[in-house]
Design a protein around this ligand. Sequence first.
Ligand SMILES: [Zn+2]
Length: 324
Amino acid sequence: MSIEINLSPSPPSSPVHASLPLQIGIVILGQWKTTKIPLEYLVLLLNQKQKLFEYQLVSIDEFKENFRKYFGKESDQDDLITSMVNGSKIKYGKLKLKHLVNDVACALKREIDHKYDLFDNTQNPAFFIFITTSKHIDVNFFQDDGSNGFCENNPCRGAIIMTGHHESSFAPPTVIEFIFKFIFRISIKWKYPNFTRKMRHFGQKSCLFDFNHDICFVRYLVLHNYICGGCRNILGNTICESITNALDSKNLYGTSIERHPAKISSDLGYNLSLVKGIYKSKYEMMREKISDSFFSKLGSLIAFSSMLGIFYLSDTNDYFLLGN
Ligand SMILES: [Zn+2]
């Protein structure tokens, strides 16, 4: 007796995913060394923290040869891919880069749709964010979201975040926080293509959608978790709450690591409980260097006096500045 396997009704040829979050591919390239795995882990963590977007890790390794055939060896696209993979400097102007990133993203989409057509293609990424350790030749240029110059019917499918500028002097924030912020900023612009520059502001408010013409200001945008009244009016409270909840620093740090504004201010150079003037005095720098644990362990006036003695006897301003 044959066993009848009921295959009817036939599965829909095009499953309907009206409520599916926007699918976005994250392509991590460059020289991340030991940071790569934590970064991948944390990017996927974002899927649990909100429902607007779903992020998928995508590798371009298996497609690199096809890209080279498609674009041509030593073409600009080929050169950009090599730079992103190696984490070397990116030289293309902003407009040109935007189009090259879109070219690579569209090719990647085609390759994925073709190679994995046995799977549900509607869940393939529609857009791609390339995150690379490359630096742009313009020090103030570190990301392109691809939204300007394209339209809803012809969207730019690629964006790039370059982290090569992120040195220890830029922290806080950490490079991870920086990436998180820009992943959401880019994603929202893709989801709401009508939220164009004309609807956004020029001023620095530490809003997620600040126009940053100087990389120094980006720090505040990342450290604060804020979407301003103007942007909120357009995007709506539900979206904004969803994003600010996902970006809440407690998702990264929990409650075990001190991350309140006074601590951040201190890390940035101004200890709210110690510095009395505009700048740190030498004495205040010294006080800061002597950690609380030093006092609590040795806890004596003798220890403090001996440090004070060294400070004056050493006759050098740099002694207590080491490590600043
Ligand atoms: Zn705003």
